[in-house]
Design a protein around this ligand. Sequence first.
Ligand code: NDP
Length: 338
Amino acid sequence: NRRIVLASRPKGAPANDNFRLEQSDIPKPAEGEVLLRTVFLSLDPYMRGRMSDAASYAEPVAIDEVMVGGTVNRVIESRLDGFAEGDWVLSYTCGWQDYALSDGTMLVNLGKNPPQPSLALGLLGMPGFTAYMGLLDIGAPQKGETLVVAAATGPVGATVGQIGKIKGCHVVGVAGGNKKCDFAVEELGFDACIDHYAEDFDQQLAAACPDGIDVYFENVGGKVLDGVLPLLNTSARIPVCGLVSQYNATNLPEGPDRLGLLMGTILTRRLKVQGFIIFDDYGHRYDEFYQQMSDWYAKGKVKYREQVVEGLEQAPEAFAGMLEGKNFGKLVVRVGED
Ligand code: NDP
């Protein structure tokens, strides 16, 4: 059983020596447990927070413990009602390893033959759910309004923008580089997508939002937020989902303190700014999301791009790369065979 543990806490960007690959025996299930074998491991930005011991909404991973993560697994042996050998499951307790036991806590049975098992880690799982609830419940987009979302080709941003189109919005994405921007417009149907590496990013964003911004779905913070702030309309909504540009930060941003400007804008434009943690705040609405998103996906109204990295040992590097935009689509690791 290969497993990747947290070896040390990163300062700045995570590096390979913050992780350690270990071997251990394959455990045996006791009565009331199942033995799981991992097929896909999801890599998500929140894991950077779990590597740090700064106060947060969830406990950090302890040093020498297996890294946390959502996985799609096969049941190898079951001594637990409701799970049989060969079932596909979604697990939130197995993490970055080949085999793990589960007593059924946070374990979802996906059946014998789910058509695309890894969808449970993306569009039909946590990131899709995040996009759906954050946009519809907090962003409350109305027909004809302008919606801006960054990390536009990742699983959250891509889904936010496509739901925005379904709701009749003018959707402007922000992404790193031309390839991602072209994909957002040509494949995902966004009205425009601006490269945040462009020197005249602020001007390009303003030109793509001639009627201002009504909903800014906040995924990244940093200079994207700086560009968005002056364009926000009165009564704009900002679901605060993530701040990925800050996750590796070790210093405050350069330049003058913008907190006064931010608070002044919230006041004078009467902004609604609301953070949310998906399962804590919306766990009770998962079924509604799942029905609606499955239907949209089946009808081709929402598209989904996934990037599969081969091999558990690649996970640390792929994870660090994601925080810098090296992924293109929902990042998953193929850990083992079907
Ligand atoms: P992505 O697959 O989109 O990966 C993160 C992306 O962020 C990168 O690919 C990169 O895209 C972009 N990025 C990184 N640094 C910067 C930067 N400095 N400026 C602009 N963009 C940057 O991730 P997800 O879709 O899984 O997650 C998106 C956001 O949603 C994250 O902030 C995450 O923490 C948050 N989230 C929050 C949840 C909640 O409950 N609140 C639940 C799930 C996710 P590019 O190359 O296009 O710049």
